[in-house]
Design a binder for this molecule. Structure first.
Ligand code: PEP
Ligand code: MG
Length: 902
């Protein structure tokens, strides 16, 4: 039989899956002897059974009876008794915190008889009737689904009738009358009396908490926070203790150290004669914990001891909710406290210095996502700023630019050299062009998964969304906000980390942590202008250095030019995992490729190739120079043809217009015929990669020769070039074999010319499902593999990389088909299975085959843990993400086996 109920004395902090975060920590506090009111937790498994079967499992009722009786016996009071009744709270508590999303019912056990018992026990009739009316109100709304406004209105009417300014001014009689009115509302709305039986109240409240897991707002919250829908919530049933029994009672929150700096000390707020919600609602001014010491020295001392005990036990910053009932301290909740990115690094190293955790554990206390927050450029903190509004921070960074309202303006102004911020009510795929050229995106509608947010994050563009204080009037070409009317051309500034929007130019600067990453510790410290920042830079240095020491995977960068390579190397890259040679031909050099591909005769083609050789030789010489001594993977050209040929429509129009005017240009006519011949419906699945290399004789040969000659030149100059030749889009071993034979011939030939041996590694991308599935064969011809998870994701899902993110991902995220774009975080179940198959296949043929990944996922924290576990030797990512990858690869090694996402 499943066990659905755990006493607090039975569970522990590691059982968050089963007991939820709150339940697991209540159990832990009980275990270490802290004063937790007696209670028990109903498991998430019971909630899952409820969701599956549509009713609570029958065994649950039995287990609840046993657990309730044990509490009654332990404290000598009975649920709903006429004298000194036991009352309980029924609280939700899922594995991941979902603040305010699910239900809580307090004071369960009160009825017409026990309310008198409570008055007797507390010696306070007003308190008893107030507790009863709170129960009916909360129970009515959350359990019986009655419109909460009905109760609120009745309360207001009562206050008006008796001339009471606030709830506190209502007398015991007023509240007793109000209870009668509330019971009337329940009768009218549900056709039955407010349940008088305490056990019925309890069962209904438990079921309501289960049900609240699936409310619309809870589902929406989970989609946003990427919390799976099938976890379910636990339910905590806890003996009620009261902070509102007079001046010797009260309630508060506390932190075991400062959550923003991490420094140890006692931080918190206390409110005498109050219940939990009064502290957070801010109705009355709270006292500090130092004041509590004056007020109630005994409880204060006990609280401090409990805090020290918790911090020693959890070995981390904890936050706490507590209540003092007539001079007796009760601990109501604790958890490892939330903190800012900067505090996370500082706290981790402080705990190391206090000998509470090891450096390996410190790695578990920070994350790549937190590090990346510390790397984004910032607005100059000292600068004068005029805040226009604050909305949702959708994509981090700091952007300053002129307002533009549509694509045309965005393109026109950026072409003229301006920086622009695209301001829209909301964006849709038609706005993509504008979003691409803009430095920032601001919308007045939509949330974190709106089109603007999803696309901007994907592109790394700063974005603030859902700024409903902004009125965007495209017809009048006006943006109205904060009593101002702005026009295209006016400058605004967006902080994508805080969601703030400022008027005018705000200076942007590198963060001190970024300065440390690129120029070293001394420079980072020099760029810090206060002690807290210096402490932060030192903390990041210590943690990152440790990550470098413990990680197994190397970190390389994707870089196409010597300049990118140098930047990546500065940030700690240990090689280049992908140089996309086609990127060396974008812009001015595009036509060189066009000429090769469209050449009509072998002579034309050879001429075009001859033009290319010196350019490529220079490209590679520079790159190998910048990466001297480090492995440099150069990928043979992989151009999606449409990016390199003239646009078919434009060219057709040009030729037609010329014909109309009788000014036929023979070159254009021939070009048009060639472009028509080569036109593809699906260029990403067409003549790309190795296919183009095999189709166009001499193209790969020219690149291989250029690599060989650049290597020879670097060696002759005394360098230590370590190039690796990589073949893209291989699907069959035979493709690789053909290229390899040709490459070996060229390497031997250039080697002879220079009197050296050139045995460069020759390997391939694994980026098609067929390659992953036949990796054991492909490995026969490969010296290394590099997983191209961009194409592997595209071809596994059948998602066109260039189209789907803008077209329907926002919908897919909204309706839960996806929790995150698989182009951002590796789809471990699907694409990941192919990666594992590729690793296994490759190593079954060559046990030591060197393997890495060079898709975008190589820089994504969660994916990096996957690659570590899959046994890859390195990840390669964009230069900006190199530090993040170093940290996460270190965390993956230090935390092997642990759940890094918990
Ligand atoms: C890939 O497909 O993952 C890859 C790195 O290659 P590209 O993005 O250039 O297609
Ligand atoms: Mg690819």
């Amino acid at each position: 039989m499943a066990k659905y109920v755990y006493r607090f004395s039975e569970g522990n902090k590691d059982q968050k899956d089963l007991l939820g975060g709150k339940g697991a920590n209540l159990a832990e506090m009980t275990k270490i002897g802290l004063p937790v009111p007696p209670g028990f937790t109903i498991t998430t498994e019971a909630c899952r059974a409820y969701m599956r079967d549509g009713h609570v499992p029958p065994e649950l009722r039995v287990e609840v009876t046993m657990a309730v009786r044990e509490i009654e016996d332990a404290i000598g009071r009975r649920l709903g008794d006429f004298h000194e009744p036991l009352l309980v709270s029924v609280r939700s508590g899922a594995k991941f915190s979902m603040p305010g999303m699910m239900e809580t019912v307090l004071n369960v056990g009160l009825n017409d008889a026990s309310v008198k018992g409570l008055a007797e026990f507390s010696g306070d009739e007003r308190f008893a009737w107030d507790s009863y009316r709170r129960l009916i109100q909360m129970f009515g709304k959350t359990v019986l689904d009655i419109d909460g406004d009905l109760f609120a209105r009745a309360l207001d009417e009562k206050k008006t009738a008796v001339g009471a300014a606030t709830d506190v001014d209502l007398s015991a009689e007023d509240l007793r009358d109000l209870v009668a009115v509330f019971k009337g509302i329940v009768q009218d709305e549900t056709g039955r009396e407010f349940p008088q039986h305490p056990r019925e109240q309890l069962d209904m409240a438990i079921e309501a908490v289960f049900g609240s897991w699936n409310t619309e707002r809870a589902r929406l919250y989970r989609r946003r926070e990427r919390i799976p829908n099938d976890l379910g919530t636990a339910v905590n049933v806890v003996t009620m203790v009261f902070g509102n029994l007079g001046e010797t009672s009260g309630t508060g929150v506390a932190f075991t150290r400062d959550p923003s700096t991490g420094h140890s000390g006692v931080y918190g707020d206390y409110l005498a004669n109050a219940q939990g919600e009064d502290v957070v609602s801010g109705i009355r001014n709270t006292l500090s914990l130092a004041d509590l010491e004056q007020l109630d020295p005994a409880s204060s001392a006990e609280l401090r001891q409990a805090m020290r005990r918790l911090e020693t036990h959890y070995r981390d910053l904890c936050d706490i909710e507590f209540t003092i009932e007539r001079g007796k301290l009760w601990m109501l909740q604790t958890r490892v406290g939330k903190r800012t990115a900067g505090a996370a690094f500082r706290i981790a190293t402080q705990l190391v210095d206090e000998n509470l955790i090891t450096m390996d554990e410190a790695l578990g206390r920070v994350s790549g996502a937190q590090l990346s927050q510390l790397l984004f450029p910032q607005f100059d903190g000292g600068a004068e700023k005029e805040l226009l509004t604050r909305a949702m921070a959708a994509s981090p960074g700091a952007a300053v630019g002129e307002i533009v309202l549509d694509n045309a303006q965005a393109l026109e102004r950026t072409a003229a050299g301006a920086k622009v911020i695209l301001v829209r009510r909301e964006t849709n795929p038609d706005d993509l062009q504008g979003m691409i050229v803009a430095d920032g995106v601001l919308t007045s509608r939509g949330g974190k998964t709106s089109h603007a947010a999803v696309v901007a994050r994907g592109m790394g563009t700063t974005a603030v969304v859902g700024a409903d204080a902004i009125d965007v009037d495209v017809t009048k070409k006006e943006v109205r906000v904060a009593g101002k009317v702005l026009h295209p051309g006016d400058v605004i500034a967006l902080d994508g980390t805080t969601g703030e929007v400022f008027l005018g130019e705000v200076p942007v600067m590198d963060s001190p942590v970024m300065t440390y990453i690129s120029d070293g510790l001394e420079a980072g410290l020099a760029a810090s202008n206060d002690d807290a920042t210096r402490e932060l830079v030192e903390a990041v240095d210590r943690v990152l250095t440790h990550a470098d020491d413990v990680r197994r995977m190397k970190v390389r960068a994707n870089a196409d030019t010597a300049e990118d390579a140098r930047r990546a190397r500065q940030r700690g890259a240990e090689g280049i995992g992908l140089c996309r040679t086609e990127h060396q031909f974008l812009g001015m050099r595009r036509e060189y490729i066009e000429h090769v591909v469209l050449a009509q005769t072998p002579e034309d083609r050879d001429a075009a190739l001859t033009d290319l050789l010196p350019l490529q030789r220079q490209d590679f010489t520079d790159l190998l120079g910048a990466m001297d001594g480090l492995p440099t993977t150069i990928r043979l050209i992989d151009p999606p043809l449409h990016e390199f040929l003239p646009d078919l429509t434009e060219l057709a129009v040009k030729v037609a217009v010329a014909e109309e005017k009788g000014q036929v240009d023979e070159h254009d006519v021939a070009l048009l015929a060639a472009v028509q011949r080569m036109h593809e419906q699906n260029p990403m699945l067409g003549l790309r990669g190795v296919r183009l290399g095999l189709k166009v004789p001499g193209l790969f040969a020219l690149q291989i020769r250029a690599i060989a000659e650049a290597t020879a030149a670097r060696r002759e100059a005394g360098g230590n070039p370590l190039p690796e030749i990589m073949v893209p889009l291989v699907g069959s071993v035979r493709e690789l074999q053909i290229v390899r034979e040709e490459a070996e011939g060229i390497l031997a030939e250039v080697g002879r010319e220079h009197g050296i041996t050139l045995d460069l590694p020759i390997g391939c991308m694994i980026e098609l499902p067929r390659a992953a599935l036949t990796a054991h064969r492909i490995a026969e011809e490969a010296d290394f593999f590099s997983f191209g998870t961009n194409d592997l994701t595209q071809t596994t899902w059948g998602f066109s990389r260039d189209d789907v993110e803008g077209a329907f991902f926002a919908d897919y995220l909204e309706n839960g088909v996806l929790t995150i774009s698989p182009f951002e975080t590796l789809d471990a179940d699907g694409v990941g299975a192919l990666v594992r198959a590729g690793v296994e296949g490759g190593r079954s043929t060559k046990p030591h085959l060197h393997m890495g990944v060079c898709g975008e996922h190589g820089g994504d924290p969660e994916s990096i843990h996957f690659f570590h576990n899959a046994g890859l030797d390195y990840v390669s990512c964009s230069p900006f993400r190199v530090p993040i990858a170093r940290l996460e690869a270190g965390r993956a090694a230090a935390m092997a086996g642990e759940d890094a996402t918990a």
